[in-house]
Design a protein. Sequence first.
Length: 513
Amino acid sequence: MKSRPEVELDVLYGISRAVAREHRDIAALLNDILDVMEREMALARGTLTLRRLDTEIFEIVASRGLSSEEKKRGQYRLGDGITGKVAESGRAALVPDITQEPEFLNRTGARRGQRVAFLCVPIIHNRQVIGTFSIDRPLAPRQELERDLRFLSLIAGLIAEAVAAIRIEAVTRESLLAENRLLRQTLCDQYRPANLVGNSSGMRLVYEQIAQVAESSATVLVRGESGTGKELVARAIHFSSQRRDKPFIAVNCAALPENLIESELFGHEKGAFTGAMQQRRGRFEQADSGTLFLDEIGDIPASVQVRLLRVLQEREFERIGGEKTLRVDVRVIAATSVNLEEAMKKRKFREDLYYRLNVFPIFLPPLRERRSDIVLLAEHFAAKYGKMYGKEIARLDHDAISLMVSYHWPGNVRELENCIERAVLTSRAGVITAADLPPSLQRCVEETTKSMLGKSENASLREMIEAFERGIITEALKEHRGRIAAAARALKTTERILSYRMQRMGINPRSYR
């Protein structure tokens, strides 16, 4: 068995090693210190408190021998009980028997009916008490307890500098993050068009691209899945440009019959074909000096692609059945949900037209890749349809939000809007609940969750938990493009813990960049 000096030496050595490690989290450091004392000194109960910034409250940030509920109750104001008096005076306190000390509060409730000694010392940095360190010890002669108190003071002095350094770094980091958030928000507000909703990184990039291209006359190709809001982006570009007071003409190429799309775009002369009873101006003429939005350009017939290419290159065309060449000043914005590269390989889309359209591409992310925007969009649509139907929607409840965030939204923003419109109609008492959302959505989430958990007859609890954890981590990495630090902040954990779990599961963050 080790002698007391040997035990104390091992404790100091272990704590010195813990302090020397690069900790960015105070709780992690303090827990490492308690681990050393628990291992070397058989510590049964101990607490480390820290002063909450800009307050007189000291709260437990690390402990041994306390439940989570008991730990939550451990908050002390200056002068409040023994711990509060130590924090206020900056002097260590020794209670030989807590049952004989009326000022001992037992606020955590962990020592009911127990006779133990209580030792508490201040953690001081730059002559200010930044925390306290206390332990319980079995009843013993006062001389022995005083020796323990001196040793505890030595430990407090050893960790004070490290705790203060981490706290200063955390405050500095939070200050920089707050400044960064403010700058990002300023840029976001500057670039965000009024008709678009979202704060995710993917949408902020879209806002910046809109601001970059709006003032020019460059052709823009907006790409993204159906229902992501490509026309809204086109309108945002138009109304942010110098053409904002000129016409904005939208054409859905997929909705027009093949035999009519050419006439719709370029117009026709009277008698040009059967049924052409009078001259008709096409959409290019109608959009002269303004913007023409060609939605679903990937579905345009090959016969029309040649004429469209000429208009984009020369800004001139002839009506069907006409001989007069017309010149127009039109800014073209095209959009597609089709993979144009694959269409070119299959010779369904002209390569030269693709390069003429793809001058400034903007990719609009699907809703499943911008989950942080789901609640913002839902609240926006709830307010919109609440006003439309004369219903005041105060909020969305937690279960409804959880359901929406868990759903994969194959129909993207358009599907979300339809769901919220339905929910507004069925909601009661001004609150949208999970029951107000479509049953199909609820069933899909249940099936997806079962699949993600690997719920089967042969799956163990550990396998299901790991599958669920893997899904959460990969979603966070997708949202933050493989940045571990950003994903860790979003999941409210440390970068070290997240890296360890990723390594254990074989998750490579580079796959999500």
